[in-house]
Design a protein around this ligand. Structure first.
Ligand code: GDP
Length: 139
């Protein structure tokens, strides 16, 4: 059965460009409710650990560099079928391929600076949410 939780980050490009409020509004209008949220500037160690699954990918160092270039907003969101519906809301990884009206289509410029993160499975949603939030912070 599909889970009802996903994890997201509003990435440094979107925070720096002043899109935080608009993007949070899109989450809510997309039917998601906020279960936890924090504003944080990741260290290289933290970003490297979060993206450890991508360690062998050629863009890993650039990704860690980018994700530590400014503050982010991390959040746990709730909705039925959360992971799939959220990936539909944000659009394709490459904003050039993201469908009209999706968050990446509206607010992202490139595949590396693509405005938002969304978990790719229920299992990873739990792992990623636990990376940023303790049980007591997730009501
Ligand atoms: P996602 O699940 O849609 O975020 O995509 P992936 O899990 O495939 O990649 C994780 C993140 O790595 C993406 O959101 C991008 O920020 C970044 N990324 C993916 N492909 C590239 C690339 O070719 N170059 C760079 N610089 N970053 C990339």
């Amino acid at each position: 059965m599909a889970g009802n939780i996903t994890f997201t980050m509003i990435k440094p490009d979107a925070v720096g460009n002043g899109y935080t409020g608009k993007i949070i509004n899109d989450f809510i209008e997309g039917g998601f409710s906020i279960r936890a949220m924090k504003y944080i500037h990741l260290t290289k160690d933290q970003a490297g650990a979060f993206y450890a699954v991508h360690k062998e990918r050629p863009f890993y160092n650039d990704l860690v560099e980018f994700m530590t270039s400014g503050p982010i907003v991390a959040a746990v969101l709730e909705k039925d079928n959360a992971v799939t519906d959220f990936r539909t809301l944000i659009g394709a990884t490459n904003p050039a391929e993201a469908a009209e009206g999706t968050i990446r289509n509206k607010y992202a410029k490139s595949i590396d600076a693509n405005a938002v993160h969304g978990s790719d499975s229920d299992e990873n949603a739990q792992i990623e949410a636990s990376f940023f939030f303790s049980a007591i912070e997730r009501f």
